[in-house]
Design a protein around this ligand. Structure first.
Ligand SMILES: [Zn+2]
Ligand SMILES: [Zn+2]
Ligand SMILES: [Zn+2]
Length: 142
């Protein structure tokens, strides 16, 4: 999901499929400042980072800030889940989403699951071993 692009802004901000908010090609990462963080696990950290851009006179659209804030709860939850090993292909459900959102129709010719209806990347587990343990603790706390 993207929040800003270089075509209309001085930052390129998006939520990566690897579970981090990215400031891609960040202009603040320079030879003088090579170690500045450009990937974040929390929306709040990204908003703080964008303040540095604004302070440097870069064009950060207001919609970018507003959209990030509006999605903060959902994004931070998702990032946390991915951090704990959730499969992003099936969003932790273990079902094949190749044929669109649920309820999926899965024929033998589905290139994802070959008809089994299980996610091809986690084979229906919803994530790695760490995720399985973590998802149990989520269910118990609900
Ligand atoms: Zn940046
Ligand atoms: Zn999966
Ligand atoms: Zn399928």
């Amino acid at each position: 999901m993207g929040y800003a692009r270089f075509s209309y802004a001085d930052v390129y901000v998006f939520l990566s499929c690897y579970g981090q908010l990215e400031c891609c090609g960040c202009w603040l990462r320079t030879e003088e400042n090579p170690s500045i963080a450009t990937s974040f696990y929390e929306t709040e950290e990204m908003l703080e980072h964008l303040k540095l851009h604004i302070a440097a006179g870069h064009n950060v659209p207001e919609e970018t800030i507003e959209d990030l804030k509006a999605d903060a709860l959902v994004n931070d939850k998702w990032i946390d889940n991915v951090y704990h090993g959730m499969c992003t292909s099936c969003e932790g459900y273990g079902v094949c989403l190749v044929r669109g959102p649920p309820p999926p129709k899965h024929a033998d010719d589905c290139w994802g699951c070959k008809g089994s209806g299980l996610c091809k990347d986690c084979e229906g587990m919803g994530g790695n071993k760490e995720w399985q343990a973590y998802s149990i603790t989520i269910k118990e706390s609900q």
